[in-house]
Write a protein that binds this ligand. Structure first.
Ligand SMILES: Nc1nc2c(c(=O)[nH]1)N[C@H]1C(S)=C(S)[C@@H](COP(=O)(O)OP(=O)(O)OC[C@H]3O[C@@H](n4cnc5c(N)ncnc54)[C@H](O)[C@@H]3O)O[C@H]1N2
Ligand code: MOO
Ligand SMILES: [Mg+2]
Length: 418
């Protein structure tokens, strides 16, 4: 064992709180609306005008005075003079008064004087008497109440209403609101730039042919996908060897340029665990190097000139879990999310889980719904060296420390992923 310094174990919550004390957020940028999808708003959005801003017809039909059609039935229709045609996007020129109607299309402004719109299906156009357009007539075969098929001004949104508070993520509904109010550009929180380094002399680049004893670097791509899903901009760096000088130079140079650096590998007790060597001579501040969790017990973090370095265990499962527990909330917070920490929900174990643990365990889980209940089971073999089942994980199952395992049908806490 080559520990040059001690390891003091802290809880996941303590580790997260140490990390959160080190981040700053608030940098913003203006982007075109279509580039704002999934980003978070850097300011409150108020309704700048009422919606609709004119009395809007909800159907294709005739705008009339309700009093004129009170007695209308198919047998005894009301006959009205059609004074105008109003397509959407135009403005009525004439006022509807008793005895008259305006033919109107869905979304068009209802003319003054009219207080309801009758659907086309409840009317019959009468043949023109051929004495000029104003002589066209319509039979109205149904009475409809005042207000029918008209959305009043501000019927949907009142002017000055707070619609989207700061921190709101722009999804489909938010995009529709922003477009409605003319936000061709939107001020959003800047995406944190997150550099990803894998470490280990065994690692091959993805495009390289397999070699005896060596493996391709999968963690960098997995972590980059996680960064993007969390709202960050991932920068995949060339993987590093086990030489501490090379690692130190690359990390310090990169820390200066990005918002967060994540490494994977080299944090355990092995001869070539290079992050341990680095932390042994680090000029920054080591925040922690052991967390009460499995997998990822040797997860470490340090601060260097106000920039965070998060060092995850190299085993793919441990890297994945460590990212979800620590990096994801950080990236979400840096990109403006007001509630970045994962929130647990309950589910029922679908299998016996026989391993007890000295530390809380975060098992990659797969959920399904059965008879209206959420059930969960480990996504494949629950070993941190197993990569292939990560794709099936839609949550982390949190199993408390101690005991000798958990029985099928026990209630457990899970943290959904995405
Ligand atoms: N004597 C002990 N040995 C180990 C312990 C322990 O407590 N005592 N813990 C084990 C556990 S648990 C884990 S997790 C690993 C943590 O190891 P490191 O963080 O130091 O990571 P490495 O040694 O660099 O790699 C571990 C494993 O993961 C593979 N790896 C690394 N990087 C990548 C990558 N970018 N893509 C794909 N696979 C990667 C690497 O080849 C190793 O197989 O330590 C255990 N040992
Ligand atoms: O603690 Mo290791 O980091 O189980 O996977
Ligand atoms: Mg190692």
């Amino acid at each position: 064992m080559k520990l040059k310094f001690g390891r003091k174990v802290i809880s996941v919550e303590e580790a997260r709180s140490l990390l959160f004390q080190c981040i700053k957020h608030g940098e913003t940028e203006r982007v075109p609306l279509s580039a704002a999808f999934n980003r978070r708003l850097a300011g409150d959005i108020y309704a700048e005008h009422p919606v609709p801003h004119f009395r809007r017809s909800g159907v294709d039909g005739y705008a009339v005075c309700a009093a004129d059609i009170k007695q209308a039935t198919p047998e005894n229709p009301s006959i009205l003079h059609v004074i105008e045609h109003i397509p959407s996007g135009t403005v009525p020129k004439l006022m509807v008064f008793s005895g008259t109607a305006a033919r109107i299309m869905t979304g068009a402004p209802v003319p003054d004087g009219a207080d309801c719109v009758v659907m086309l299906e409840m009317t019959d156009a009468l043949p023109s008497l051929d004495v000029g357009i104003s002589s066209t007539q319509v039979c109205i075969k149904k009475n409809v109440p005042v207000g029918s098929n008209i959305t009043p001004i501000a019927g949907e949104v009142a002017e000055k209403e707070l619609l989207l508070p700061l921190g709101t993520q722009v999804g489909p509904g938010e995009a529709a609101i922003l477009a409605t109010f003319g936000y061709a550009y939107v001020t959003v929180f800047r995406k944190p730039r997150v550099a990803i380094f894998s470490t280990g002399s065994e690692l091959l680049n993805v495009e390289e042919a397999l070699q005896p004893g060596r493996i391709r670097n999968s963690n960098s791509y997995m972590l980059a996908a996680q960064v993007e899903a969390a709202g960050g901009e991932a920068v995949i760096m060339q993987a590093l060897s086990d030489h501490v000088d090379e690692v130190e130079a690359a990390l310090l140079e990169t820390l200066a340029k990005v918002d967060l650096v994540i490494t994977s590998g080299g944090v355990s007790v092995g001869d070539y665990d290079v992050l341990v060597d680095l932390f042994g001579r680090f000029t920054g501040k080591l925040l922690f190097n052991k967390v009460a969790m499995r997998p990822g017990t040797p997860t470490s973090a340090a601060l260097w000139e106000n920039k965070l370095l998060l060092s995850l265990s190299g085993n793919p499962g441990a890297s994945f879990v460590g990212f979800e527990l620590f990096a994801k909330p950080l990236i979400k917070a840096m990109s403006g999310c007001p509630s970045p920490c994962p929130e647990a929900i309950t589910a029922y174990l679908d299998v016996d889980y026989e391993k007890g643990s000295a530390f809380p365990r975060y098992v990659r889980g797969t959920t399904h719904v059965e008879n209206g209940c959420l059930r969960v089971k480990p996504s494949g073999i629950d070993k941190s060296s197993i990569m292939v089942s990560i794709k099936d994980a839609d949550c982390l199952i949190q199993l408390p420390a101690g005991g000798s395992g958990f029985a099928r049908d026990e209630r457990v806490l899970i943290y959904p992923i995405n």
